[in-house]
Structure formats: C-alpha cells, structure tokens
Design a binder for this molecule. Structure first.
Ligand SMILES: *Cc1c(COP(=O)(O)O)cnc(C)c1O
Length: 389
C-alpha cells in the first residue's frame, strides 16, 4: 500500500506527464563519444557538452589513472580541512594563467561555483542584475543571496542600463552567461561592461560553454573580446569542453581569498577528486596544443546551421556548437527527438521550465571529433523528419 506521501508524489508526477514535461534518464552504454548506445540503440550523439571530444580522450584517462595511483581516488575532505592537495593549487595557478588573472579557485561543479560566488558577492541590501536566459545555477545563486534580483530582457544592455539607473542598492552585481546554454548565442559583453562601468556595478561572466571553445587560446569570450580588465568575476567549467568535471572562479587575489573565506559551496563540500584534477590538467595541454579542435568545431557548426536552415528548420541567429532547432511545443520537440533516435540520431528535447514557454526545442550540439560523414548523417535524419512532418 502506498502511503499518503507516495500518493501525493504520484499526483504531482501525473501533472508533470499531463503537461508533456516528463523527464527520464536514458541509459548510455560505454563511454560518452560521438556515437553512443542509448537504451540499446546505436546513435550519433548530438547532445553532449563535450565540445572538443576530450571526455573519452586517452590522454585524460591516462592522467586520471596516474593520479589515482599516486594520490588515490578521493580528496577525503573539504579544502579547508585536509583536502587541499598540491595538485589543486597547481591547477588553480594554471587556470589563473589560462584566464590571464591573478588567481583562481576550484569548485566541485559549476553549480557550486555560481551559487557560492553570487551569494558571497551580493547579500541583503545589494542588487543582482541577471539576464532572463541565464543558467539555473545563476538563478539559484541570486535567490540564495538574499539580494534584490532584477531580471533584464535577454542580451538587452539598454534595459540593464535603465534598471541600474533606478537602483539605489549599495553594491550592484551584473551577471550573465557569455555563451547562452540553450540558445548558443553570445552575450553583448562589450556593451554590458560599458554600462556596468558607467553605473559603478561589477560584472560576473559565466563561461561554462565558452571555456575551451572561444578565444585565441580557448579561455573564453572575455578573452576573445579583450575584456579581462572589465570583468571582476570570471567563472568557467571543467566538465564541458574540458571533458572532466568541476569548475573555477578566476579574478583578483582578493576575490579568490574572499571566496575561500566566505563561499559556503566551497567551504562545506569535499574537494575535487585527484584523478579529475589531473584530467583537467591534461585537457588544458590539449586545448593549448591542438587549436585545430576549436577551428574544426566552428567550421562544422556553421555548416550544420546552414544545412538545417536550408531544410526549413527554425534556427535562431548564433554561432558556435550549440544549434537550437525550435519546435515551439513540448509535444513536437518530444516527437522530433523520438523520430530522430529511430534514425540513429540522439538529441534531447528541451522544454519549459529550462526554456521559456513556447520555445521548446531540440538542442543540437556538435563536437570537434564529429566527422563530415557524421554531419551528413545528422542532416539526412533531419531531412527525413521534415519530409514526414
Ligand atoms: C552547465 C552549466 C553550469 C553548471 O556547471 P556544472 O559543472 O555542470 O555544474 C553553470 N552555468 C552554465 C551556463 C552551464 O551551462
């Protein structure tokens, strides 16, 4: 007999299903690569954030194995207790160099980094200004901070300026994704920085989807635009293009020391496992040594965008490996995702609340290691989808 609690869970789940918002975990056999076996079906993977194809790279796996042999698997405690190893410090120094900043600090995930940094830098009496399409971890950081939250229309620097002009908050923090996770477009960072500087606000940039992908050395969009001096807080993740796990915040020494002293999601959590730290180090070697991965990614992204558009699909303006294919309704997005899997293409339907109502979509993402043949396979599957629709 289910308890009253369980019956209430079932009622809530029935509502989720009725709204076309049911989510389920797919079973992937074997490693995450360009082709995967999803629930027993062999399919081209067009939905990971493993943009450079490093998650299953032998150099990362070998570095992780060596670190496991040398240091063991777990850090054993939070950094401030006994988990701060030399390899954590070395990686932080390397990340600071990579980002052209004075210092950097590791977090277990990007979610931890955003929540911890925002709640440390803004509190009661302060105000945070956040793009409407910012990642959920930024939204949660804003909520947790206790600061006033002002959400500005997507990528709208003029609207941000108007909100900042009216704010009397003591400290003002502007926060934005640099590359938007579900849309793939770029924040107007130059304009946002100009507006923020004129209104005496600090800027925090989340480079989760730009780290390893954008910029001359792969450091991100802040590097590409030469805005390092205008951005106070640069956050990046290590589990997407860099193929491992974890995240970091880079900036001044004072910023990093403040986070070490105040960010609860840094203080009260176990440090990154040594094999992960070593894998990130190996990934940074490859990002430096193989810029052709970034060029390849840009090339096939442009190709796929143009080809899908030519088939009549609605693809918003943008550049880079995140190619949203708008279906508009959740039902249509799910139906598309299902038919594509039948044709050997694995791509997820992204529905509200991850994206605004009426903008359900397939979020197609590319990897530098996708072959030209893979791209053709994807185009053919989409063409068949259009012919049926
Ligand atoms: C994925 C993502 C995060 C969270 O990073 P994790 O390391 O996966 O927790 C934060 N911000 C953005 C924009 C992201 O896409």
């Amino acid at each position: 007999m289910p308890s009253a609690f369980e019956r209430a869970f079932e009622d809530e789940l029935a509502e989720v299903r009725a709204a076309g918002l049911w989510r389920e975990l797919r079973r992937i056999e074997g490693p995450v690569d360009t082709w995967v076996t999803v629930d027993g079906v062999r399919a081209l993977a067009l939905c990971s954030n493993n943009y450079l194809g490093l998650a299953n790279h032998p150099a990362l796996a070998a570095a992780a194995a060596r670190a496991a042999a040398a240091y063991g698997v777990g850090a054993g405690a939070s950094r401030l207790i006994s988990g701060s190893l030399a390899i954590h410090r070395d990686l932080e120094a390397r990340l600071a160099c990579f980002k052209h900043t004075d210092a950097a600090v590791l977090f277990p995930t990007g979610y931890h980094a955003n929540v911890g940094a925002i709640a440390t830098l803004a509190g009661r009496g302060d105000a945070v200004f956040s793009d409407r399409l910012n990642h959920a971890s930024i939204i949660d950081g804003c909520r947790l901070s206790g600061a006033e939250v002002h959400v500005y229309p997507h990528a709208d620097a003029a609207a941000l300026d108007a909100l900042l002009a009216r704010s009397t908050a003591r400290r003002r923090l502007v926060v934005t994704d640099s590359v938007f996770s579900m849309d793939g477009d770029h924040a107007p960072l130059r304009e946002l920085c100009r507006v923020a500087a004129a209104r005496d606000a600090m800027v925090m940039v989340d480079e989760a989807h730009a780290t390893g992908v954008e910029g001359a050395t792969g450091a991100g969009l802040v590097e590409a635009l030469g805005l390092g001096d205008s951005v106070t807080v640069q956050m990046g993740t290590l589990g997407k293009a860099l193929g491992a796990a974890g995240a970091f915040v880079a900036g001044s020494r004072a910023l990093v020391d403040l986070l070490v002293n105040r960010a609860r999601s840094f203080i009260y959590t176990t440090a990154l496992p040594p094999p992960v730290v070593a894998a990130v180090d190996a990934a940074l070697d490859l990002v430096a040594r193989e810029p052709e991965r970034r060029t390849r990614l840009a090339t096939i992204s442009t190709t796929l965008r143009a080809r899908l558009r030519a088939l009549g699909f609605e693809i918003p303006d943008g550049a880079g490996p995140i190619v949203p294919v708008l279906a508009r309704t959740s039902e249509r997005a799910l139906a598309w995702s299902r038919s594509l899997l039948e044709r050997g293409v694995f791509v997820q339907a992204i529905r509200p609340p991850t994206v605004p109502d009426g903008t359900a979509r397939l979020r197609v993402t590319l990897m530098a290691t996708h072959t030209d043949q893979d791209v053709e396979h994807a185009v053919a599957a989409f063409a068949a989808l259009r012919d049926r629709a």
